[in-house]
Ligand binder design. Structure first.
Ligand SMILES: [Zn+2]
Length: 97
């Protein structure tokens, strides 16, 4: 049985590898801003994060995004990313599917 190759990326927060399409891309724009790239196709250096709030907080708190993107995430951009992450349910609360 042949398995189809699924592109894998590592989350900058929890360092777990996941299928690229399950992760959210964050991009460093040519202007040096760091922002969410919902299309996954924006130009610039990208980093990936799970759709989990903790991963975003972890990546921001430990400055992992700055390292992954080789830039300094400004306080303003970090704030925007934090508020973006608020749409994700915290994993501590049991999910009810
Ligand atoms: Zn993660």
């Amino acid at each position: 049985m042949k398995t189809k190759h699924v592109p894998q990326r590592t989350c900058a927060g929890c360092r777990t590898g996941s299928a690229k399409r399950e992760l959210v891309r964050v991009v460093r724009t040519p202007e040096g801003a760091v922002e969410v790239d919902p299309t996954g196709k924006a130009n610039g250096r990208g980093a990936y994060l799970c759709a989990r709030r903790e991963c975003w907080e972890e990546a921001l708190k430990k400055d992992r995004l700055s390292r992954a993107l080789r830039t300094n995430v400004s306080a303003q951009d970090a704030e925007a990313l934090r508020s973006y992450a608020e749409r994700f349910e915290p994993a501590a609360v049991g999910s009810v599917d």
